[in-house]
Design a protein around this ligand. Structure first.
Ligand code: FAD
Length: 311
């Protein structure tokens, strides 16, 4: 397991490196740099000044999806910056300063019927980023309207010091349009603060930063998936079918060719292989472009089979 301090420093370096790219190299990079600056401002100036990120008051909700992975990279980068600023203002010399947390309090609600590839990715990234992952048992007798809300009550009962939870939701997600970066949960949810610092991010910003980071990408995205739900309601995105769209082009060549630390000798995204259990999906990989070819936010969930909302 990578120590949290090491993971935070890595994420800080990735973010700083991305922000240093010459903004004239692409409009998407320029937009993403601005999106990162807003997220960092929310975290460093509005969140970490109200709740300490170093004592369990803040937890992170993580389901292995691309959005919360990007938010995790940014959050950890800000955590490192917060630690360094505190350390510099301390009376003790820098060499005596030790990163104060071993792991990041994290919650994953296992809603069942998850792709094995995603489960493995969550386990791998929990180790990689120093997450202490708690999985509340889901309670079908919950007094709350959704099973997810009930699971968060179980989480709060287990970790009562939690005051706020970070969420990788965006305005373009269903019911995301009117959300705010910092807000209370709704009255029919257990009460805590929701921290939603990537609401303003678009799909193209997510992929630009993730592809540049050179961090592992969940293998499902390599097979045409763009939004991952349960195995019963998620298919590759039909708008990525190669036969129907033979001319698709990718606007992230800079990010892929100049990825962080430049170790990518063959200029390929760092997309992980599928779990053997999900091998039947291999066929999709040849028929569909990878998920990062989709640019239009409004088509992101076109691979989801319709089901009733839990709201
Ligand atoms: P995604 O885009 O996959 O998820 C968006 C983000 O939600 C993820 O990046 C991750 O941070 C988190 N998330 C999603 N699924 C999981 C999971 N299984 N385990 C852990 N984290 C997950 N809805 C309300 O109507 N009222 C509320 O007050 C409310 N409070 C919430 C508080 C928290 C901490 C969370 C995680 C969700 C809350 N929701 C609430 C539901 C939320 O608005 C989204 O509907 C839900 O997160 C699923 O989003 P999505 O379908 O866009 O999936």
């Amino acid at each position: 397991m990578m120590e949290l301090g090491k993971a935070a420093e890595l994420c800080y370096n990735i973010t700083t490196s991305y922000l240093a790219i010459d903004e004239s190299c692409s409009q998407i990079v320029n937009e993403t740099q601005n999106a990162i600056k807003i997220t960092r401002q929310i975290l460093l100036e509005d969140v970490f000044t109200r709740w300490s990120p170093l004592n369990g008051e803040i937890s992170f909700s993580y389901n292995g999806g691309k959005d919360c992975q990007v938010l995790l990279l940014l959050y950890l980068g800000c955590l490192w910056e917060f630690f360094i600023l505190k350390a510099k203002s301390s009376q003790f010399e820098m060499k005596y300063q030790v990163f104060p947390m071993k792991t990041l309090p994290t919650v994953f609600i296992d809603q069942g019927d998850t792709f094995e590839t995603l489960e493995e990715f969550i386990t791998l990234t929990a180790r990689r980023y120093g997450l202490s992952m708690y999985e509340p048992p889901t309670n079908s007798d919950s007094k709350y309207t959704s099973n997810m809300a009930g699971a968060f009550q179980v989480f709060l009962d287990r970790f009562p010091q939690t005051e706020a939870i970070v969420i990788g939701i965006r305005h373009t997600d269903p019911f995301g349009e009117t959300l705010k970066p910092i807000q209370k949960t709704d009255s029919n949810w257990p009460q805590f603060m929701r921290l939603q610092p990537i609401l303003h991010w678009k799909l193209r910003h997510i992929w630009s930063f993730l592809l540049y980071s050179n961090e592992p990408i969940c293998g499902l995205y390599g097979c045409g998936f763009t939004s991952i739900g349960s195995i019963h309601n998620t298919l590759p995105n039909p708008y990525l079918e190669r036969e129907s769209y033979p001319e698709a082009s990718l606007p992230y060549s800079y990010e892929i060719e100049h990825g962080y630390s430049g170790i990518q000798a063959d200029y390929k995204p760092n997309c992980l292989p599928l779990s053997p259990k999900d091998d039947p999906l291999l066929g999709h990989a040849s028929k569909f472009y990878p998920g990062w070819y989709l640019i239009d936010d409004s088509l992101e969930r076109a691979g989801r089979v319709h089901r009733k909302s839990s709201h």
